[in-house]
Design a protein around this ligand. Sequence first.
Ligand code: NDP
Length: 815
Amino acid sequence: MLQEDIQQHLDIQWLKIKDMKIKEIYDTMTYGPAPENADEAIQFLKSHKNKFKLFINGKWVTPASGDYFDSINPSTKEKLAKISEANQADVNKAVASAKRALPDWIKIGAHQRARYLYALARQIQKHSRLFAVLESLDNGKSIRETRDIDIPIVIRHFYHHAGWAQLRDTELKDYKELGVIGQIIPWNFPLMMLSWKIAPAIAMGNTIVLKPAESTSLTALLFAEICQQIGLPKGVVNIITGHGKTGEALVEHKEVNKIAFTGSTEVGKIIRRATAGTGKKLSLELGGKSPFIVFEDADLDSVVEGIVDAIWFNQGQVCCAGSRLLVQESIAEKLYKKIRARMETLRIGNALDKSIDIGAIVDKGQLKVITDLVQLGVDEGSTLCQPSWSCPKDGYFYPPTMFTDVSPSATIAQEEIFGPVLVAMSFRSHKEAVKLANNTRYGLACSIWTENINLALDIAPQIKAGVAWINCTNVFDAAAGFGGYRESGFGREGGREGLMEYLKPRINDKFTNQPKVISIKKSKPLGVQSNTKVGIDRTTKMYIGGKQARPDGGYSTIIKSNNDEYVGEVSKGNRKDIRNAVEAAHANNKWSNMTGHARAQVLYYLAENLAIRREEFAGRIMQMTNQNSTDALKEVDLSIERIYTYAALADKYDGKVHHTIHRNVTLAMPEALGVMGVICPDESPLLGFISTVIPAITMGNNVIVIPSEKLPFSATDFYQILETSDVPAGTVNIITGHKDELAQVIAKHDDVDAIWYFGNTEGCKDMEFLSADNMKRTWVNYGKYRNWLDKAQGEGEEFLKHATQIKNIWIPYGA
Ligand code: NDP
């Protein structure tokens, strides 16, 4: 068999070394091959006759298509096994199996689930060497990495989540499972990605269907055997193999409640659009072009080893690879020299050789992607540096590579290469470093090197990335969340924040298909503002950058009450008004830079000013909705109370220090999303506005608000409250007009980071679909209605969670 050929190849190498005289070995200091024995892995393949079926409902099932494809060893280009191609019928079967298994899996309870997760961890640990060897054979990554990094992380993930399974009903009692989860993983860390997906999903009481990448299915299939060995209930884990089409069928399956995906940004966007409006929860862990920033006071020898780990670990096929080296100009040449010297000493070769640093690229296609992009780098005028030695010819190898003299706009500085290619640029000032670091559409990770902790902690919050490693890189742990900003996707894996991806608040079950009906009982008017025909006839303007602004289009809309009576007119906003509002929001960094305490003071001030005009605001509500004064006053009072809630939370909704297995403090900090669009509900004109706008700004976001289209005057009256309460200009921008037209402009705007939409089903779908271009975070109501008057539905930390994203900052500690 082919694997025996690999062994033979390594044996020949060994004989060559053996024939050398001892003195010659000492003189040359040549490494001998140190081949890992592959017998057990070969036995595993043989036990399936080198032809794998699908794992559905706890059994091996022949694919309905009858089609198979080859899995190749990239170190030798030899065939390892045939893998089933699952088609639509197989996907249906797997999803049905997961759905059948769900009720019992929920019923057995937290403790029993914890026992299964623990058993999985133990069993993988027992077979860890087999997993490591099989992974190296299938993926081409060095045995040193699979043995010492990938598989230990996998085991840790299952142990850690066995703990979360146990704690679900106490620590997370306000949440429940989602149901059937579809998971699609890439080829760069096959088993590790599997564990990041499966462990939290089943720990929280979900059942799953997982599709590994076409080129690296083998360890997932061995994992299926482990599930059988520990007696995991049938159907809890289903593994279906295949290409992109199989993944597509899983994404589109109606019975799947969530898709968790790791892979390219391109496919991530396809999935975002395919799931738009379906109510499927989605987490996307996508590409990156992460900066590796070196300041002049850094320990350069440590930096060099950091670079080896950042870009040559796993042949650079790492989503969070430190692929952009940004180095302070004063030390740039010195550092490049050291890197060049280190590149010479790196060893490349068969993944099963224990003494190599760099293994093989996953397949021919990826090798071509890397080769073409490197050629483009040369063509675009950057300086190429590669070691003097050449790569073995028998597999898909690519040498460690560095580019210098790279312009920040060069293709190789912007595109993810996903190979062992470092792109180096220099900077002069700290400000320039931050600017260069953020000059990317991605935002997965960053690595900051300096001996000055003050500088490191000044830079970390300024970089738009989900992970910041200080004087370290590519460190992962089950207890810490991992995931991106911007086009690197959304959602986190690991840590408490990762669990949230597999849960939903129990309160969601209370939402209704129709808005709460408000009782229309006329009562004596309260002090109403005069927009009416009898008062001064005034068309409300919009509110942009702290000023009232006329609409660009020069149109206004008549607003009538629930009883069809004329109430007044509002400006009709258009695309240009939204653009101005986005600009105003970006121009304001005062609000996001304020402390939670300072923001709380402003929020209390808002509440105070609203309280002073309680009757006037109630009168306006009565005028628009024809409610009686008791209900209208109740809405104002609840709005004041709600502002108090968020003022209270402003300095209390904070982060954590995660307990990882490394010598680091890992700070999980909730950060503002940036500029958000908030499309308010049509119900409860004042309370709906307050309940959505205030939590969004509490965490430091600046917002562009589209108030209720039918009942906008509570929001336009609120301008005066904003103007008198020390809210910085540009924090709240309000555009009135056609709700869905304006919402679409916001959803398409590339400088808006997130959008909340409370409206109809069609609008929800549009928001999710249109937001895919720049991967905005979206939070929509899928046409369901909250009762804003009910505290449990209308306020709380859930809102703040959607207004923030977690940045994990790793700082060496006690090392
Ligand atoms: P893809 O994003 O194409 O693949 C990731 C997974 O999604 C695989 O299981 C793949 O199946 C599956 N898939 C592909 N198309 C669809 C679809 N339309 N619907 C559902 N699932 C689908 O990544 P590639 O493997 O093709 O790599 C391409 C590039 O992506 C790399 O060069 C790299 O830049 C980036 N990448 C990023 C990763 C990350 O961790 N962020 C990981 C891997 C790649 P299959 O592979 O079987 O066809």
